[in-house]
Unconditional design. Structure first.
Length: 75
């Protein structure tokens, strides 16, 4: 595995970084390094769900304010 050490030195990286990259590639294949602003599918799903939660919380707050506004008119 001397080649990994040489590559790491040429790139200015620790050799463990090269080993980690190889392990990630073996596990996820071409999806291991999405790059260009792309996310892994599970990370994208998590981000989308978090955005959905924020949107629903905002809608809830708007509805609560509207409910209080219209409740005041009835008095």
């Amino acid at each position: 595995m001397r080649i990994y050490l040489e590559v790491a030195r040429e790139m200015g990286l620790h050799e463990n970084t090269i080993y980690r990259w190889i392990a990630e590639f073996k596990q996820d294949g071409s999806g291991a390094f999405p790059g260009s602003g792309q996310l892994k599918p599970e990370d994208k799903a998590m981000r989308d769900l978090q955005k959905r939660i924020r949107d629903l919380e905002e809608e809830n707050e708007i509805l609560k304010k509207a409910m209080h506004y219209f409740a005041k008119d009835r008095r």
